[in-house]
Design a protein around this ligand. Sequence first.
Ligand SMILES: CSCCC(=O)C(=O)COP(=O)(O)O
Ligand SMILES: [Zn+2]
Length: 588
Amino acid sequence: MRAWYLNDPHQACTPAILEELGACVGKAFEPDKGSDTLFLTAISEKELGAAFADTLKEFGREHCMGAVSEVQDFNVVGGQVYIDVRDSADAWIRVLLFKEDRLTLPSSVWRRLVPTTEDIHVDVAIASRPDPSNGVSKAASNGAGRKGGSAFSVKTYRFASPADERRAMAVWTQRRGQDGGTRQLIVDLCRQFYDLGWVTGTGGSISIREGNRVFMTPSGVQKERILPEELYILDMRGNHLYVPPESQPGRSPLKLTACAPLFFHTYRIRDAGAVIHSHGMDCVLATLLQGEDATEFQITHQEMIKGIAGHGYRSTLVIPIIENTPHEADLADSLADAIRRYPETTAVLVRRHGIYIWGKTWMQAKTQAECYHYLFRLAVEMHRLGIDYTATPRGDGATLSPAMLTKEKEALLARGEGMGCCSGAGGGELQGSHALNGSHENAGRYEKSGIKHVLMDIEGTTTSIDFVHQVLFPYASAQVGAHVREKLAENDPEVLGDIQALRDGCPEGCPPIPEEGGEGGREGLMEAVVKNVRWQMERDLKTTALKRLQGHIWRAGYAKGALHSHVYEDVPGALARWTQGGKGGWGA
Ligand SMILES: CSCCC(=O)C(=O)COP(=O)(O)O
Ligand SMILES: [Zn+2]
């Protein structure tokens, strides 16, 4: 058996790709019990006579058996034949079968049988039997593919007329790059991203997935000068389908990008269609703006946040930050960990290095990359101006609008004596406690500045991080059942909202939340909430829904005196100084 892509005959197709489609390559003719077997002896004009043209047409026609749910075994009893099958990106794979080869296709895969020459004697036995997967390919039943009965039918198009098809093809070709190829598209994007400063100094990288084929840039090269044939192609298991020419005159052998293991994590964990690794300077600054210890970058109330999947203008966009390592490939584990812990994120920042951004398609990845870079630039500028880009503006419930800051307040902030250190922009434990060591004169400055409220971060600022991990988290986990039971008994709309948020934002693999009034009643609902919350907490997920319910559990715990927090010893003094004269208010 040999298999390759019809649109690029140099591209071999591995058994891994066929297996992903649910196809299986074997040896020898063994019709299964209960099979209907059809012998197609001699697809030859001489043998078939008048029926030759129609037979050819019939077997050359594309078939998908999904509707009748049949598995077909193509058994070559003599000669050789092509069976063409479509991959998950709608590209034709040509499988050449020799005598005694056997190809098994599930019902969901489009196929056609093509003679290797116009007049060939080939004996093919096609045995059909019920498909136990009922039309769902292996990829889909694994959860790796698409939803629905036929895994790939969503990518299969039929046109009312040849003219319709030509029009659609023209549009798609244009969208995919002028020459219609993923290779050319990556080359073009590399040039564009170089001009934007994202892939300079040979740093940064791009990868695009076409079904089960993954295109990646070579390592350590001038990214803006890559040629289409210098790209690697791999299957989803990491097997090399295409390796660029090893030694060209005057050039060293091309290695695969060091980002490959990281790219594969986004493909395998998130089913991404494209990934961009940028070294843009604003990404690096974003990893430092909120302090070296910050594990997240946050920004809110910006129009461009709408460009990030699942976010709106008022959303707080949260991007995890992981620590850099001397070698790019060593980032893979912490990137995978961040992807799992932040199920809503489509990007991971790497401190003092750059960012990985992915999307379902290359266009979504590019749009998001542009929005992320814009937001980082904006955050840097806002920070420089002393404006808090993490704060909700007035009119949206904020106590202080950065835009309303007077010159005096800006001066206060610029001296590092104001909000910057304790409004969430500082974050680190050391930094937090130092931030409160203001002098008595500061109280006067606050008074003069007209600042009425100081909104303080807790974790590591007023209170130790250990308190959160050793007291607050276990409390939420232990109390979730009792809290939900109590609040549901009161028909409290807040808890109903919390439950709905958990239901809507249920991460992949997390125990789902049934509808109210469903099977199992309220007890079943409560049990599901407890399982869902504990599942997320065990994985240290940071979903909005989880944080929301945890916040409510802790608030109730403080209110009834079940929870008591310590504060660092300099906190009470600092708060007293800031509130001297009764001008300020504070809360922690
Ligand atoms: C100055 S580039 C250092 C390596 C790096 O961070 C990077 O992103 C490039 O990796 P590649 O192997 O794709 O060249
Ligand atoms: Zn890099």
